[in-house]
Structure formats: structure tokens, C-alpha cells
Design a protein around this ligand. Structure first.
Ligand SMILES: Nc1ncnc2c1ncn2[C@@H]1O[C@H](COP(=O)(O)OP(=O)(O)OP(=O)(O)O)[C@@H](O)[C@H]1O
Length: 607
């Protein structure tokens, strides 16, 4: 009920158009009923007059019949035009309304969504809401109007007839739909859930094709997909069966009403209390009244699925945004120090904090290298810097102001980022680069590619910058994709550059070339350089070692790398083999951590 009211409130701004659509629809149906009734009366009156040899004015009724026919035709056309106009106006507001609420949730509050399920909400659920007016509200309200007028006309001729037909209409227009609702509500809701599940499975199936080919030769995933599809078809089959039964029920009530009118009216005609020509008129009026209630079983059947869709949409957008945008955002200074002050972060549902007591100052032009074992909190630092998450406790500031005082979009204008899972769009290399700088000239694009060490590869492609990358960069190697992402980050020329493992997947020689290009080109930018590897660290102003979400050591590269060289950084989960001249995968011993915590730096670390 709460969801239905909320849905109605969403429709409220379009009440004018919707009201007009209902009126036009009711008018078209009433014109149809009047046409049938008048035709019945006219034919009978002519026959009776002919039999009696009396003369009758046939001009007025035949003109009325023509008028009703024209009104019915124009009305049906108008009903569609106005009904769709009302729906389109609702849709035009509904989609932006949904997106405006979805965007602040991305990415942090949507992480638990399967991409196919999100797609189902964006498409299927919103589509169902769009038709809530045309399929449910409009037929319901129009039926009430038509029945009110039709039953009044019947009552003027015969009260008992009106009561009998009213009861039949109530059973057909409310009883049957309620029965349909009761029998099919579960299946209807399951269709909504099943469609979403099928979408999610299908997207997973397509995205994970290669893995399934390798690990699932027995096609278990495919079998689950087929089973979900079969269940969905079975539910839809059941709903179609129930609807067919309801349609037949409405027909039965309509025909019974005709018989009822004849049973009540015929004795009155014989008794001379009802004109003979009125009987077929009333019979056809009663029969055609049921045209107004015929769409109601479908409306009631669609209702649970529509409300389930509304619930899914509301559930999603009612999630608290992971960050709150300020009501009056401050302008973001062109440059400044990005500072973490005692910043902590605990992910929702996590057993402990991912970051604790982080103090860090990235001044303009300064370069900080961040190393640490897997899961030590390096990428979580980036999430805080980008304001995808809010620190608690502590704060992150830029140029002296809390970043919570800035609009997130404005803040991110000052940052270029190569994320750990950088996304390449399913389009050309050029379009992927232009995301960072839509006005970049081809020369500028080439310069960025050159610095990222991938220009030779792009130039060797027959279509150069217009080479299509496929979904998630499927048509290039992992290392090439990484460097294309890096080129995009370099293109932005923001004062703050964050690189999360930029050389992941590159061989040693390529890594050195790429880092040389990148570090040479970013001399004026503040750089936060997250890495598992030694390469490039010697060019940093400071190196920070993280472990268990804390900064456990920090110092100049010479000191830090010497400690790494002495083996003071202990092995990570991959074992001793991961320590070497190229990789850093571990934290540091507790006593080293203590010395870092005491602010005395690495000099205190044991040999
Ligand atoms: N979205 C999330 N929700 C819940 N927990 C998360 C989320 N992202 C990261 N974590 C957890 O927070 C901790 C720090 O993760 P983070 O990704 O920051 O580590 P990392 O140092 O970047 O690791 P890696 O080197 O493997 O990329 C880990 O324990 C991780 O499981």
C-alpha cells in the first residue's frame, strides 16, 4: 500500500493529462455503449413501426447513431493519443528521477548489485512503472465512470434491472479481478523477481563465458539459466491461463446480464409497462457495459508485478548515499594539499576497520609511494581521496577545507586517477581517451599514449586511434589495457594524480620505460603512487608502508628501500619468494611498526 501511494505521488504532477486520458477513454466507451443501445432501439422501433404500419422519425436516431460512431472512433484515437501523452510525460520525469537518485549511490552503494539485476531494475522495473497508469489506473477509473453512467440510465428504465446488472458488473469488474489477483499474485511477483534473476544470470553467463568453458564442462551454469527461464515461462503460462479464465468469466457475466435483462424486461413489455423497442436497447446496453470491465482482470493481475517493481526501485534509491553532498558547496581551489587527518574507514558489514588513523599530506608537486601487502588498505585510501566513501573517524581535506564541503564532482575535477580496476568502455581507443579530455587534439592523445608507453602499439593497429577495444578491453592484452588507462589518466592534467598499480601486468623493461615516461611527464603534479613493486619508488619523496589498514612505516625512499633490501619487510601471503628486487608484498615486523608509530621512522627498524 505504501508503495502504491508513493507511486501515485510520483504520478501526481501529471494528474491533468492523466485525468483527461481517463475522461476520453470513458467517453469512447460510453459512445460505444450508446451506439449499441441506440442501434438496438432503432432496429426494433423500425420493425415494430413497420409491423404496425405506423410512421416513425428515423432521422434523429440515425443521426445520433452516426454521431456515436464518430465519437467512438475519434474517442478511441484520442484515448491512445492522450493516454500515451500522459504516460510519456510520466516516463520523461520517471527516468531522470530514478537516475538522479541512483548516481549518488554509485559506485559504493551499488557494489553488491549484480550488473544484470541492476539492468533489470533500470529497464524492466521502470518499464512496468511506466505502464502502471495505462494498464491499471486508467482502465480502473474509466470503468467506474462508465458503470456509473450506464447503471444510472438502466435505473431510469428499471431499478431491479440496474441492481441486477450492477451486481453482475461488480462480480465481473471486482470479484473476478480479485480472484485473478489472489490466484496469480504470487506468480506475478515471481515474474518480476524471475526476470531480474534471469537477467543477472544471463549477464554473468555472457561475461564469464571463458571461465565457464574451462570450469563448467557439465554446463551447470547453463542448466541453472535454463531452469530459471523455464520457471519464468511456467509462471507466465499460469498467469496467461488465469487471465484467459477471467476473460471467459467476464464474457459469461456479460451474456448472463443480457439474459437477465430479457427475463426482467420481457414480462414488462408484455404487461405494457416497458416500450417494446426499449428491451433490445437495454439488453445491448447491459451487454456492452461489460466492455468497460473487461480490462480489469489484467489490471489486477499486473498490479502485484508492478508493485514488486516499485518496491525494487524504491529499495534501491532509498539506500543511504555513502557520501552526502553539501547543500552549499564551497568552490574547490585550483591546487592545494590533499591531507588525511586521523582518517579511518570501516566498510558496511565489515568485522573491523579497513583503515585506521591515517595521517598523510600530499602537497602540490610532492610524490608519495604507498606499498603494502594485499588487503592492507591501499585502494581504500583512494576511495577516501575520491570521496567515494566518508572517513570515520577523522577527515580528508583539500587546500585546508574538508572535502565534505565540496561538491564531489568539483573535487574530482582536480584529480586524475588510474584505478585498480580501471574500466575501458566498449568503444574505440580515441573515445576511451576523450572521456578524460573531450577537447584533446589527436596530437595531445598521441603524447599521452607515448608517455604511457603504448603509442607504438596503437600506431601499429590498422585503425590506429579508431581501433575498437571490445567489452572491458577484451581485444587488447592486460598490459596494453593498463597502459591505455594510464594514458587516459595522464591526459587529464589535474593537479592531483593517483595511480593504483599502474604497471600491473608489465614486464620489467616495459615497466621501467613506462614509469620513466610517466614520472617525467608529471613533475608538477602531486602524485600518490600505489604499487606492489620496487620500480619507480626511488623517485618518490616519501614512501609509506601499510599493513592491516595502518601506516606502519614511512620515510625517504633510500631508507625504506634499504629496509626492503635487508628483508625487514616480511613476506606477504604469497610467501618469501615474493620478496626480491622487483616486488614488495609484505608488511613489516611489529617492532618496525612500533617505531613508525612513535614517529621515529625506519632508522629504528631492526637490521
Ligand atoms: N567495498 C568493500 N566492501 C567491504 N570490504 C572491502 C571493500 N573494499 C575493500 N574491502 C576490504 O578492505 C580491506 C582493504 O582493501 P583494499 O582494497 O584497500 O586493499 P589493498 O591494499 O588495495 O589490496 P590490493 O593490494 O590487493 O589491491 C580488505 O580487507 C578488503 O577486503
Amino acid at each position: 500500500m505504501k508503495d502504491a501511494l508513493r507511486l501515485l505521488r510520483l504520478m501526481a504532477p501529471h494528474a491533468g493529462w492523466m485525468g483527461l486520458a481517463v475522461l476520453v477513454s470513458a467517453l469512447a466507451t460510453l459512445a460505444h455503449i450508446a451506439l449499441m443501445a441506440t442501434s438496438g432501439w432503432f432496429i426494433a422501433a423500425m420493425a415494430l413501426a413497420g409491423a404496425a404500419g405506423a410512421s416513425v422519425n428515423y432521422f434523429t436516431p440515425s443521426a445520433a447513431i452516426r454521431a456515436y460512431a464518430v465519437i467512438r472512433t475519434v474517442g478511441r484515437y484520442g484515448e491512445r493519443i492522450v493516454g500515451h501523452e500522459a504516460t510519456l510525460k510520466f516516463v520523461a520525469a520517471l527516468r531522470p528521477w530514478f537516475f538522479a537518485r541512483l548516481i549518488p549511490l554509485a559506485p559504493a552503494a551499488l557494489e553488491d548489485q549484480r550488473s544484470g539485476d541492476l539492468l533489470a531494475r533500470l529497464k524492466g522495473d521502470i518499464d512496468r512503472l511506466e505502464f502502471a497508469f495505462l494498464r491499471i489506473l486508467s482502465p480502473g477509473l474509466a470503468a467506474v465512470l462508465v458503470l456509473a453512467v450506464g447503471l444510472t440510465v438502466l435505473a431510469l428504465h428499471d431499478g431491479g434491472m440496474a441492481v441486477g446488472i450492477g451486481l453482475a458488473a461488480l462480480l465481473a469488474g471486482l470479484g473476478l479481478p480479485l480472484l485473478v489477483h489472489r490466484l496469480g499474485a504470487r506468480a506475478s511477483r515471481e515474474v518480476t523477481a524471475g526476470t531480474a534473476q534471469l537477467n543477472a544470470l544471463l549477464v554473468d553467463h555472457l561475461e564469464g563465458r571463458a571461465e565457464l568453458d574451462i570450469y563448467d564442462p557439465d554446463r551447470r551454469h547453463r542448466a541453472a539459466l535454463d531452469e530459471t527461464s523455464d520457471t519464468l515461462i511456467a509462471r507466465e503460462h499460469r498467469l496467461a491461463g488465469i487471465l484467459g479464465f477471467a476473460g471467459a468469466g467476464v464474457g459469461l457475466f456479460a451474456q448472463s446480464s443480457l439474459v437477465l435483462v430479457l427475463l426482467i424486461g420481457a414480462p414488462r413489455v408484455l404487461a405494457g409497462t416497458l416500450p417494446g423497442a426499449d428491451l433490445p436497447m437495454l439488453a445491448l446496453l447491459a451487454l456492452s457495459l461489460f466492455e468497460a470491465v473487461a480490462p480489469l482482470p489484467l489490471a489486477f493481475q499486473t498490479l502485484p508485478a508492478t508493485l514488486a517493481s516499485a518496491r525494487r526501485i524504491f529499495d534501491l534509491i532509498d539506500r543511504p548515499p555513502p557520501v552526502k553532498e553539501p547543500a552549499a558547496p564551497k568552490p574547490v581551489p585550483e591546487a592545494g594539499t590533499l591531507a588525511f587527518a586521523h582518517a579511518g574507514l570501516t566498510y558496511p558489514g565489515a568485522s573491523g576497520p579497513a583503515l585506521t588513523d591515517i595521517d598523510l599530506a600530499l602537497a602540490p608537486g610532492r610524490r608519495i609511494g604507498v606499498v603494502g601487502s594485499s588487503g592492507s588498505g591501499k585502494s581504500s585510501l583512494v576511495a577516501l581521496a575520491l570521496r567515494f566513501r566518508t572517513p570515520a573517524p577523522g577527515e580528508v581535506t583539500f587546500a585546508g577545507s574538508s572535502i565534505a564541503d565540496f561538491s564531489s564532482d568539483d573535487l574530482r575535477r582536480r584529480m586524475a586517477v588510474l584505478a585498480q580496476h580501471d574500466h575501458l568502455f566498449a568503444t574505440t581507443i580515441r573515445e576511451n581517451l576523450l572521456v578524460a579530455d573531450p577537447d584533446a587534439s589527436p596530437e595531445k592523445l598521441e603524447a599521452a599514449l607515448e608517455r604511457a608507453g603504448v603509442l607504438a602499439f596503437v600506431a601499429a593497429q590498422p585503425e590506429g586511434l579508431d581501433t575498437f577495444l571490445g567489452a572491458n578491453g577484451a581485444k587488447v592484452s592486460g598490459g596494453q589495457a593498463r597502459r591505455l588507462g594510464l594514458a587516459r589518466a595522464l591526459l587529464k592534467e589535474a593537479p592531483l594524480l593517483i595511480l593504483d598499480e599502474p604497471t600491473e601486468g608489465l614486464d620489467g623493461e616495459t615497466e621501467r620505460d613506462v614509469l620513466e615516461g610517466v614520472l617525467g611527464a608529471t613533475r608538477d603534479q602531486a602524485l600518490l603512487f600505489i604499487t606492489h613493486r620496487r620500480a619507480g619508488l626511488e623517485a618518490m619523496d616519501e614512501i609509506i608502508v601499510m599493513d592491516g589498514g595502518r601506516i606502519v612505516a614511512r620515510g625517504a625512499p633510500a631508507d625504506m628501500l634499504a629496509i626492503v633490501g635487508r628483508g625487514a619487510i616480511r613476506p606477504g601471503p604469497m610467501g618469501p619468494g615474493t620478496i626480491g628486487p622487483e616486488t614488495i608484498s609484505g608488511g613489516i615486523p611489529e617492532d618496525t611498526a612500533r617505531s613508525a608509530g612513535s614517529g621515529q621512522g625506519l632508522e629504528q627498524a631492526p637490521p
